[in-house]
Structures are given as structure tokens and as C-alpha cells.
Design a protein around this ligand. Structure first.
Ligand code: 5RP
Length: 221
């Protein structure tokens, strides 16, 4: 059931893809549906920039050539999932621990399309614990700073990111002003990336539910 909605969200995003483009590709089970749809429809890309080792494997299986972001030039489109999204296209991401590369590719792309099922749509971000990638020696310090900011950080024990760092998942947040919170967390020494995508939010949010697919557009900055 959930996978069916993810597949429909992914298929709706195909309309934004032009053949022979270089596509930025996110991480997660919804993105896996996108890669499978690209393969099934035999859509030819000139290449893809991957946000994780997991996605690189899926791209390889689908026969899509992977390009390094440094040599790909300007990216016109990035497509990724999210853990939580608002109708104004602000997101929480990083449930799959790929938030840093995802944030870099989103920043580098002219257009960011986010694909989710309707269980991810919320009024206020924060029900999903906010992932924060931290360099290992700063873990306890950053956790104490996050407590001062009202959160309850929990170390995602055993997880090491593709960049060799650790993740703190911050519980008990209700992010009424996510852009300000994103800036504040970014100021903590030792933080590599906070999984809030409120400053560079999605440009288009595609939400698949039982009744069909809805599309939300971010307000122009
Ligand atoms: C990975 C992410 C994913 O986009 C997020 O976890 C959603 O995953 P899924 O599509 O499997 O629900 O941010 O870091």
C-alpha cells in the first residue's frame, strides 16, 4: 500500500524529466521507485549525480551512468524523497542518513522536486525526529547544545554516514519557524548538516495519496 503511493509519486515526477539531461538523484525507497520507473520506461539520461552509495548501486543496476558533481556542471533538476513535508515545501530529510550529499545536490540544482506519500505531509515539522550529521568527536557537545534548544537528541548508534560521521536524531521538536531553526543548528560547531530543508526547500512537492496525486509549489523566494 505505502509502496504503491511511493511508486505513484515517483511516476508523477517523470513528467519533469527530459531525456539526455543530467539528473540529481536522492536516496530512499521512494527514489528507488523513481529509478525503477526510469528503467521500465527506458528513459535515457546522459547521467545521474548520486546522493549515496545506496543510490549509486541502484543507478548501476538500472544502467544509468553516474557522474561526479564536480564534473557534471550546473544541474537543472534534483529529485528526492523526504521524511516529513509541509504544503509550503519545507522538509525534514536524513532518515536514510544521506542528508549531507542530498543537501549539497539540492543546493546545486536549479529545481528540486520532492516526492512523498501522504503520510509524510504535516502542518508543522518535527514529529519525525530531526537528523543532524555531526563529526564524531563533537557528538556529546552538539547533543548538549541541541538540548538547550529544546530538543531531545538520540545518537543513532551504529550508523556511520557515507562521509564518516555520526547522526543525532532530535526528538520533541515542533518547528514553527524551521528556517530560523535550520540557521541556528548550522551555527553549532561540529555540525556538518542539519536535515532541515527549509531555506533551500523543494520547489515542487508531489504527494501521492489514496485519492490521487497532489502537487504543491513553493512561493518564489
Ligand atoms: C534519506 C532521506 C530520504 O529521502 C527519506 O528518508 C525518505 O525515505 P523513503 O523514501 O524511504 O521514505 O532523506 O536520507
Amino acid at each position: 500500500m505505502g509502496l504503491d503511493k511511493k511508486r505513484r509519486a515517483a511516476e508523477a515526477a517523470l513528467a519533469y524529466i527530459e531525456s539526455d539531461m543530467v539528473l540529481g538523484v536522492g536516496t530512499g525507497s521512494t527514489v528507488t521507485q523513481l529509478i525503477e520507473a526510469l528503467k521500465a520506461r527506458k528513459i535515457q539520461l546522459s547521467g545521474a549525480v548520486s546522493s549515496s552509495r545506496q543510490t549509486s548501486e541502484s543507478l548501476k543496476d538500472a544502467g544509468i551512468p553516474e557522474l561526479d558533481l564536480n564534473s557534471a556542471g550546473p544541474l537543472s533538476l534534483y529529485i528526492d524523497g523526504a521524511d516529513e513535508a509541509t504544503a509550503t515545501c519545507a522538509l525534514i530529510k536524513g532518515g536514510g542518513a544521506a542528508l549531507t550529499r542530498e543537501k549539497v545536490i539540492a543546493a546545486a540544482a536549479s529545481r528540486f522536486i520532492c516526492i512523498v506519500d501522504d503520510t509524510k505531509l504535516v502542518e508543522v515539522l518535527g514529529r519525525f525526529p530531526l537528523p543532524v550529521e555531526v563529526i564524531p568527536m563533537a557528538r556529546s557537545y552538539v547533543a548538549r547544545e541541541l538540548v538547550k534548544m529544546g530538543g531531545q537528541p538520540v545518537w543513532r548508534d551504529g550508523v556511520v554516514t557515507d562521509n564518516g560521521n555520526v547522526i543525532l536524531d532530535v526528538h520533541n521538536l515542533r518547528l514553527k519557524d524551521p528556517a530560523d531553526f535550520e540557521s541556528a543548528v548550522n551555527q553549532i560547531a561540529g555540525v556538518v548538516t542539519v536535515g532541515l530543508f527549509a531555506r533551500r526547500r523543494a520547489d515542487v512537492l508531489i504527494v501521492a495519496g489514496d485519492a490521487g496525486v497532489r502537487t504543491f509549489n513553493a512561493e518564489p523566494a
